[in-house]
Design a protein around this ligand. Sequence first.
Ligand code: ADP
Ligand code: MG
Length: 769
Amino acid sequence: MVPDGRSGCAGTVLSVPQCSIGGVVDLDTPLKTLLGARAATLLADGLELRSVGDLLDHLPRRYHERGELTDLADLVVGESATVAARVEKIERRPIRSGRSMLRVTVTDGRQLLTLTFFNQTWRERDLRRGVTALFAGKVEEYRGRVQLTNPEVHLLEADPGELGGSGAGGGGAAGAAQVDVLAGAQGRDGTGDGAGAEFVNALVPIYPAAAKVPSWTVARCVRLALDSLDPVTDPLPADLRHRRRLPGLLEAYRKVHQPANRGDVRLGRTRLSWDEALVLQVALARRRREVEALATVARPGRPDGLLAAFEASLPFDLTAGQRAVGEAITADLGRPVPMHRLLQGEVGSGKTVVALRAMLAVVDSGGQAVLLAPTETLAAQHERSLREMLGDLARAGELDGAERATRITLVTGSLGARARREALTAIADGSAGLVVGTHALLQEDVQFADLGLVIVDEQHRFGVEQRDALRARGRRPPHLLVMTATPIPRTVAMTVFGDLEVSELTELPSGRSPVATFVVPAMVTSWTDRMWGRIRDEVAAGRQAYVVCPRIGGAGPEDGADTEDRPTATVTEVLPQLVGGELAGLRVECLHGRLPSAQRETVMNRFAAGELDVLVATTVIEVGVNVQNATVMVVLDADRFGVSQLHQLRGRVGRGEAAGWCLLHTAADQDTPAWQRLSAVAATTDGAELARLDLVQRREGDVLGAAQSGGRRSLRLLALLRDEKLIREARTEAFQLVDADPALTDHPALRRLLATVLDEESAAFLEKG
Ligand code: ADP
Ligand code: MG
């Protein structure tokens, strides 16, 4: 019986400490010691809370204000909810086999909610009309009505007679556990003030709860923990705390778990966020200082080398930004310390030229440079465009090669055995100065004669782990440049890339046209017709177009299923439809990740050469694909894409002088969040703003792809990512701390927190993805 089980837990919670706690209670104390085995097992199984620290880190999701009732209109069917409501009506109904059912109608003053209790008629005593209580359970829909079945109950305003264990939900249920609860409650509180005992303040914390551990049980356990804790060493240095007026750790826990008012909650949370931010930033600061302490080969280039020849041949002037970033990189490369730099720049801002200049400087200094792309398509395209840009400078050993020329080698998984052998030889003997490939190149045992520089393109998830692996390669760690067009919110840049220097290209090269973006509602057929008409018009004017679909189609394993009720546009379905209909007569082909790479390359080459008019594709074209003649992009079921992703996608058009068009086709209704997201993309071309929007809208688990597990820490970290000011301040403090005391000798508590937190969770956060 549910109530028995729970009162048993509650009883244990309240009765155990008197007898079994010996010694010091600190954050590492197992919950078993504090709460007894039964309660500890419930917390461990239901919420993965094992130590006192775990429990205190399990923060309330929200707070119920005494006297206030939960808005029942907000209940979502299928979700677990804890609601405060007032009993309106109670009916008892006999059901089969002599059992009975209690139907209780509760209200928030506006809406009604039905609670159904089976075999708990004793609840009639507690749940009288006018009584207010917390009810916890899974929201269900039954015959068109929202209801909770056998919810857990916690009386908020109980009669003086309804105290102790019975008030906590045990009611009239018989059982041995009952005795414990009463004994425990009275033993503990003397008066046994029961129902509201763990909620002494006006704000009642509502915890993320598990099936057998309702919110108030968590509250009770927390209370016990707070009351039993011995003083702990605060990981935040006292000096920092005083300067920033932050409460001590225990005080902060009290403020978030037992707040007197909203101000307490804010202050407590801020303080706990500081722990998190500081630990992370100290880790990054130390990493940064470690890298700076490494020795490598300086690659200063030379005045009469390839770089100079290349610059003389450039058909355009570099933008001011390209020049400034170039200087910063040259300076880095000229030092005997590995460069560690992130280059952020909008799509089309001209990162490739910047990368190539750095690569040439390294080749001029006798080293090799490798450019890594996330996909084979992109790697192949990079190789093509580097060849084009370099001309005879990249044809060493060939008849028309320039005197100082080097060679470019492409290494991808689809190379034939012989070609691969040749490529690897050229890399090993140093005749290939420039190497292009996918990330696989790093994992494989490719031997470089003298690897001086690694450039990672379009890969903002190139994590700390990969960076470390890279550094371990070769005798001397190479210089590293990570490039990304995905706008990264500054807070993420400061955390995930906190150990990198960050450069930005903010302006687009002149002659680039802005992309006009429109949302096209699928239900308005005339708009949809005009959308296809736009493609036909552009093609008639000699331009090219992309049609992007969320899925490939067919039954490929990586294709995923439709997650929602309506089907999503797929490349395999859309292609024949367009060819036989709206785009009849045009040269249309498809491109997606399931095509053999040779075929992908052929299609891409033909599109680049203007032999195709329209490419129907998945997001394989999201990054880096550069066909200047492409001016229109239609994105089908655009609401299936994230804001930043759409921004990325549209960067594929308007790369030449002609104006670009991006048409976001969607079946979403105008007043839905999906539509609003699309409108936001249409309304601004500010990538940073869209990235921020993305971050705010994404749920836990989505930030930085799959990096988040949704654990307690990551949840908090997510909140943290929204607080740029705090992260910035923590970063300053962290560098000061680390520079003054690299081993953190004077801050043992911080050092300990760093070790545990970073090892377990934040490290996973930093490295995954
Ligand atoms: P991204 O930053 O998206 O990787 P690219 O490096 O592919 O951008 O550059 C986009 C296009 O702009 C390329 O065709 C490139 O040749 C061109 N480009 C780069 N720099 C300049 C410049 N300073 N002036 C004019 N065109 C430029
Ligand atoms: Mg690029």
